[in-house]
Design a protein around this ligand. Structure first.
Ligand SMILES: C[S@@+](CC[C@H](N)C(=O)[O-])C[C@H]1O[C@@H](n2cnc3c(N)ncnc32)[C@H](O)[C@@H]1O
Length: 203
């Protein structure tokens, strides 16, 4: 498989990931997400990285977790930190799963790296992979992060230029509705000095 340029950058980041482990307190986000989910089930983590903290929190709760990431080095860290997670080395734009096979899905600090033109198709696929009552949580970039209402370009992160993409929150809501999500909640959160919209979309 040829390596996507962004995957190559995350392969490099993986070398220093250990230094930044557990830097930000994500417990409130995880607790809010879990509050509306069944006690056990299975989670799809798109752009799972090293599997912390989300995959690990769900595994610790007794859920099974499938993590997808296109960075082989990040998945090597996941093998070390969350050996119980099923690892899929692939691109979230291309992976496929049987219909109604997950209780929840998340894409934490990852979906904003996918061009927004591809979001509607991805939302429809995630929607189809979720069971009735399923929930999809993801981090979404807005003007607070990129300085623009709609964005399709690069920004500096940890000394490298990374691709980010988003439309307006109103357009995003329309996309999620068109994809078949029945309800959408949005919460602007500032974590580690970075402001993103945290979207909870329910089937
Ligand atoms: C900022 S890291 C976040 C990792 C993890 N979700 C977390 O919260 O720590 C973004 C991750 O998304 C992955 N990623 C970005 N675009 C992807 C894509 N199209 N398919 C699969 N993985 C992707 C990167 O390789 C990286 O591991």
């Amino acid at each position: 498989m040829s390596v996507d340029p962004l995957a190559a950058i995350y392969d490099e980041f993986a070398r220093t990931y250990d230094d930044n482990r557990g830097l930000f307190d994500m417990r409130p986000v995880i607790a809010d997400f879990m509050a509306h989910l069944p006690a056990t089930g299975n989670l799809l983590d798109l752009g799972c990285g090293a599997g912390e903290p989300f995959a690990k929190a769900f595994l610790d709760r007794g859920w099974s977790v499938t993590g997808v990431d296109f960075s082989a080095r990040m998945l090597e860290l996941a093998a070390r930190y969350v050996p119980g997670m099923t690892r899929v080395h692939g691109d979230m734009r291309a992976v496929d799963f049987p219909a109604a096979s997950f209780d929840a899905a998340c894409a934490v600090y990852s979906l904003f790296h996918v061009p927004h033109a591809l979001h509607p198709g991805l939302f429809s696929r995630v929607r189809s992979w979720l069971r009735p009552g399923g929930t999809f949580l993801f981090t979404y970039a807005t003007r607070a992060y990129t300085g623009q209402e709609r964005f399709d370009g690069t920004k500096e992160f940890l000394g490298r230029r990374l691709f980010y993409s988003h439309v307006t929150p109103e357009e995003l809501r329309r996309q999620l509705g068109d994809a078949g999500f029945a309800s959408v909640e949005a919460e602007q959160r500032s974590i580690g000095g970075e402001e993103f919209l945290w979207i909870t979309a329910r089937v």
